[in-house]
Design a protein around this ligand. Structure first.
Ligand SMILES: C[S@@+](CC[C@H](N)C(=O)[O-])C[C@H]1O[C@@H](n2cnc3c(N)ncnc32)[C@H](O)[C@@H]1O
Length: 288
């Protein structure tokens, strides 16, 4: 079964396929009527075929474009990669092929982080992928200095489309960051890969086949990258700053223990509706 598309609640005017004055309707080619797009998507196993058809029709510039998009989607490419964007916390985030698609559940992480960024503070979106979380921080905290980093050049290029390109860095975790940020980061948010290695094979094909393994695989218990972030976070955080990262609920106890062991003061935040679990770990006031 396919994951419900990230933008299903997108407040656009694409909800009534028969409305003659809608851009999608004008672009709908005679030989690819809306119902045929729906049928093609449904035959390919898309559960939300009508929603997706509207998005594809709206995104297509020409009939040939639409036909190609339907073909790519029917072949299993994530919808976000086909149309080139995802909605995230009400923002339209460019998502390039081969880049991790921001998940609806991660909006919880982004909102928790955004609430902690001081107006003129410093925030870092580590393991930024498309930069969706960083974009929320930049949009929310007016005047904040928002940096982002990722090890994957494709992710870095994509994030540079969504964030100030000069503030998107490439490299392995903290090694990518300007050293001037050390000890000055008010909010360090890291949506690290956290799927246990043995469970990567159980992910939906859209993730397994179209997102890089480095974006998914978190090692034997899923917490390898998180532990590396936790280990270095204290020396990058400002006094009283916060590290935030997402885990599964099952991983929460180990993740909280790992953060406490490094001198941080961690707590868990959970959103049952989004099936989201987040560790929020404060550095001690007066200490890095
Ligand atoms: C789960 S994705 C999250 C992407 C984005 N933050 C989001 O929420 O949509 C994890 C990201 O971490 C990056 N990554 C994995 N290992 C890394 C490392 N050692 N250093 C920097 N980035 C890394 C991957 O390239 C991928 O973009």
């Amino acid at each position: 079964m396919r994951r419900r598309p990230a933008w299903q609640r997108r407040p656009t005017g694409c909800s009534r396929p028969d409305a003659p004055d809608r851009p999608g309707e004008r672009l709908r080619p005679a030989r690819t009527p809306f119902s045929e797009v729906v049928a093609a998507l449904r035959a390919a196993g898309c559960v939300f075929a009508e929603d997706e058809a509207r998005l594809l029709v709206d995104a297509a510039r020409t009939p040939a474009d639409l036909a190609a998009m339907v073909e790519r989607r029917a072949a299993g490419l994530p919808l976000e990669h086909v149309v080139g964007w995802a909605e995230f916390c009400g923002l339209r985030i460019a998502v390039d092929p081969g880049v991790f698609v921001p998940r609806r559940r991660t909006e919880f992480l982004a909102r928790q982080a955004a609430a902690l960024v001081p107006a003129d503070g410093v925030a870092v979106d580590l393991c930024c992928g498309s930069g969706a979380v960083g974009a929320v921080l930049a949009a929310t905290a007016d005047g904040a200095d928002v940096h982002a980093a990722d090890i994957d050049p494709a992710a870095v290029a994509c994030a540079r489309r969504n964030l100030d390109p000069a503030r998107v860095h490439e490299g392995d975790l903290f090694a990518a960051l300007p050293s001037a940020l050390r000890g000055r980061v008010d909010v360090l948010v890291a949506n690290v890969p956290y799927v246990p290695t043995e469970e990567v094979a159980l992910l939906p094909a859209e993730a397994r086949d179209h997102e890089p393994r480095i974006a998914l695989d978190g090692g034997p218990d899923g917490l390898d990258v998180a532990r590396r972030v936790i280990a270095e976070a204290p020396s990058w955080l400002a006094p009283g700053g916060h590290l935030l990262f997402e885990t599964s609920e099952r991983q929460l106890p180990d993740a909280l223990r790992a953060a406490a062991a490094r001198g941080l003061r961690p707590r868990a935040a959970v959103d049952d509706d989004l099936a989201a679990a987040v560790v929020i770990a404060a550095s001690r006031p007066g200490r890095g």
